[in-house]
Ligand binder design. Sequence first.
Ligand SMILES: Nc1nc2c(ncn2[C@@H]2O[C@H](COP(=O)(O)OP(=O)(O)O)[C@@H](O)[C@H]2O)c(=O)[nH]1
Ligand SMILES: [Mg+2]
Length: 464
Amino acid sequence: MTPAVIAVVLALVLIIGGFIIANQRGQLAAGPRSRGDGPKPPPPVQAPATLLASDGAGVPGVPGLPGLPGTAGTPGRGSEGTPPALDLLNPVIPAAGRLPADAHAAHPPVPTARAAGTPAAPVGDDLGSLPSIAIQMAASTARLSIPAGSAREVEGLRRRLAAPRGGFMARLAALFRGKADIDPSVWERMEDVLLSSDVGIATTNRLIQSTRLAVEAERVTDAASVWRILKTEAHAILAIEPKRALVEDGKTNCFLLVGVNGAGKTTTIGKLATRWKTDGRTVILGAADTFRAAAVAQLEAWGRRIGVTVVKGKDGADPASVAFEATKKGVDDGAQVVLVDTAGRLQTKQPLMDELRKIHKSMGKALEGAPHETLLVLDATTGQNALQQALLFREAAPLTGIVLTKLDGTAKGGIILAICAELQLPVRFVGLGERADDLRTFHANDFVEALFGDDPSSAPEISA
Ligand SMILES: Nc1nc2c(ncn2[C@@H]2O[C@H](COP(=O)(O)OP(=O)(O)O)[C@@H](O)[C@H]2O)c(=O)[nH]1
Ligand SMILES: [Mg+2]
């Protein structure tokens, strides 16, 4: 045999061997009751939140119990691969809250416990297929709960979240309220509520699956316990630890805000500047949305109101040069905060992304490491479309966090779960109105507490 023939034979053996192993793994992960809707092996089962610390590193209070891969705090599928081509001018709006079958091609959903259209299985019916180690771990840690939030903060949030609480949460709570025990159809009906509240297919599946897993591990069927577990699993999705403090002392902290027109960038900058100025920090604003004179004027109005310097260019100036000048002024003045506003017009999608790339780079030229935060501003009322925007903007600049605005204006609000689960980016702030003080620093504990309350009876009656 020549060396070439030996090499070909060896390669064939390796490929066939690899195929057999991969196939066996796929069957293991799918278990005996997988959906059976295609030959593709589904990704492994997610561990329930009750198993995980918020940073995904392990279980608090349970030494030596490691976190499992692919869950809270670990890079998710959303950060891998090439995002699908997106057309924001013609967004895919899923009918009845459901995404088209190929919408998650680059982000395959966690398999559901049931195939579409088939009746939901009774509680725990298909949990025999879950790895027994996961169930044992869940059982041993099932009593872990979310750390208590600050009562005042939670109460304030609860009032401002009246719209999503009256819609999304009220519909969810209605599945549990007044019931001693949950009935088997609860999962199917929960799926409908989550999908129609902008949670999205992938995250809905993840949430339901991990909740069912933990419910089985705890061996509970009463509505109050299932509600508590659902809340814990939602918290695990939302609790993504930011990599750094927003404003570090002794340096010029530079922020770049990006997002589509109308998302709330300029307003958020005004709100942040108000907050940090009130805290006694020196703040500089950069008007790099030079596309419309009105945009510069809007930022200047905020600057005057708050009493902070606004760096702007001449009409039609290069936005990157404005961002550079603002950053440089921040450094020269020893300012603690520089906030750079940008344009978000989608009619010129590609130039916008090129422009953002240039702005990002120019800030880095003015100060090494800047911008320290690139925050994507998303409007919660745009639902699943916000997720598509995020995938697009992520190509233009390395995003470090999300500001989710207008949560006061939607009866849905489930997009916050989808954003965290699929993008694995921390939500830094939520916008709850148009006023300067209507911006809240996002704390997953407080947020979940405000939305869910102690039990289903604390949610309002359905109002929308
Ligand atoms: N209800 C509500 N309105 C908001 C919020 N944030 C921004 N807005 C409003 O959304 C509109 C667009 O905001 P703007 O900051 O100009 O968006 P930009 O184009 O991204 O800069 C304005 O009317 C804002 O007052 C919010 O959290 N809640
Ligand atoms: Mg603006």
